[in-house]
Design a protein around this ligand. Structure first.
Ligand code: ZN
Ligand code: ZN
Length: 488
């Protein structure tokens, strides 16, 4: 089964070589052949148009009428006599600029309408290609076929926008297409699912983790690819990107033996709920309780992404933790859970942040808010959680400053706005003591689905990968797909 991955995203130029030679072709032009080890440089000559889509599963009836366009996204997967319908109905608004799209997202957010932002590539555009000091012109997209099915991309950036951004050579197998975009070149790699998973495993996971965890994560990753195909990058010519927006996929040169074994031993296995392949979301540390998907991304309720407590013991607290008092007691009490592991015993996990405390001076917080809101809030007077989900994670919050009031919607936006980078989670309470604001919280990440640290705790307690998965994704079962076909 083939999947399409965006491996280079809007780079000013891309340089690529092959060990056995390659052929460049595009519709309506004569192909050219490039000898082995000759670098090819590709740039955008004429950019195409892209627009922005703001989409929701639940268009609000109460707002002024808008020109919502109905779309069906996602795919149907067939495997023998079995059929899995992964499609969703979205209503979308289209915008010429990112700024307009984001403004509409914020407006809708104030009405508690969850939306996603998608980019739409329109046909057109052309590419300039340099080989041996000669330049050629191709319409977009350009197809690259290498003799041995592999290409080496030179100086590909990764960790873009983070302090650890680097460049490295990356090797990929399969077939390749290069698209012109407004700000650079996009490379799409079409590859088989199983080799893709070996790379994802090696890029995203720790080889030192218990083998049952690597298997559980492999099954989750395989299911997620199928469940989300055509959704995360609806409007673009690939299924998944190669960053942690989708799943990190950074070249064959990284494949580790243990990852290969985890993929082989779970070959074709996915998690299924009734007639649907599971969109197996996961986050680093749940803090003792996972969140229900509807409070994080909205949309229809998904039974296997409900909030669960991350223990098999009777918990000393009683969800929902929707009110201030319950959330606060839970955070301060630090009840035991599978993800409450001593960092020294699992050094490969890095920081766990089962419980955390962050202190910010008042002036510093004002500066952060000025940067994140784009307006000066003045002196910060109050930070008031307005709504918490089942697990106590805040998804709507009011910031009152001497110069105005802001309502922040979605857990991710709350985490983004209240910190220079991001707060670890939105499961926190906040108090002012003197000239400082003190945030006390639990967990790291959105908290939906599998708790990665908890999965290590479960494996250490003797649970096998299938039981780790069904602990987090309730009501699901393992199904082995023999020869899945995708109907787009
Ligand atoms: Zn993505
Ligand atoms: Zn957990």
């Amino acid at each position: 089964m083939k999947i399409r991955i965006g491996i280079v995203y809007e780079e000013p130029e891309v340089r690529v070589t092959s060990h056995r030679g390659m052929r460049l072709s595009a519709k309506g032009t004569s192909p050219i052949t490039v000898p082995p080890e000759h670098p090819v440089m590709i740039r955008v000559e004429r950019p195409p148009i892209t627009t922005y889509l703001v989409c929701t599963e639940q268009p609000p009836a109460s707002l002024p009428p808008r020109n919502w366009t109905q779309m069906t996204v996602g795919v149907v997967i067939r495997d023998g006599t079995q059929q899995f319908d992964q499609r969703e109905n979205w209503s979308c608004l289209e915008f010429a600029t990112l700024e307009d799209a984001q403004k509409t997202q914020r407006d809708l957010g104030e009405q508690e309408v969850y939306t996603v932002l998608r980019r739409k590539l329109h046909p057109g555009g052309s590419l300039e290609v340099w080989v041996n000091g000669k330049s050629y012109r191709f319409p977009s997209p350009l197809t690259l076929d290498s003799e041995d099915g592999r290409l080496q991309f030179l100086e590909v950036p990764y960790g873009k926008g983070f302090h650890w951004e680097r460049r490295e050579q990356q090797e990929y197998s399969g077939s390749f297409e290069v698209y012109a975009y407004p700000r650079g070149v996009v490379v799409v790699n079409e590859t088989e699912m199983e080799p893709y998973l070996m790379v994802v495993n090696s890029s995203e996971m720790h080889p030192e983790a218990p083998f049952e965890v690597l298997k559980a994560q492999t099954v989750a990753a395989r299911a997620t690819v199928l469940a989300t195909m055509g959704k995360h990058h609806y409007g673009e010519p690939f299924d998944l990107c190669n960053t942690d927006h989708c799943q990190v996929y950074r070249g064959l040169q990284r494949v580790q033996e243990v990852s290969k074994r985890a993929v082989e031993e779970t070959e074709g296995e996915v998690l299924v709920f009734e007639k649907e392949i599971v969109d197996a979301r996961y986050a680093k540390t749940c803090g003792g309780i996972t969140e229900d998907k509807v409070y994080v991304w909205g949309g229809r309720p998904v039974p296997y992404l409900r909030s669960i407590v991350d223990t098999h013991e009777e918990p000393p607290f009683h969800p929902p933790l929707e009110d201030e008092q319950s959330a606060r007691v839970f955070i301060d009490a630090r009840p035991p859970a599978y993800c409450d592991l001593p960092e020294s015993e699992v050094p490969y996990l890095g920081e766990i942040l089962y419980r955390w405390e962050i202190r910010v001076a008042s002036e510093e917080l004002r500066g952060i808010l000025r940067e994140k809101l784009g307006e000066d809030p003045g002196e910060v007077i109050e930070i008031q959680p307005l709504k918490r989900g089942h697990s106590g994670r805040i998804y709507k919050l009011r910031i009152r400053g001497s110069r105005g009031e802001w309502v922040i919607f979605t857990e991710l936006e709350i985490r983004r706005v209240l910190s220079r980078s991001h707060l670890p989670s939105s499961l926190f309470y906040v108090e002012r003591t003197g000239e400082e604001w003190v945030f006390r919280g639990a967990g790291w990440g959105h908290g939906v689905g599998m708790c990665q640290v908890g999965s290590v705790g479960l494996a250490r307690a003797g649970f096998s990968y299938d039981r780790i998965l069904t602990h987090y994704y309730r009501g699901t079962r393992l199904v082995k797909l023999l020869n899945p076909e995708v109907e787009r």
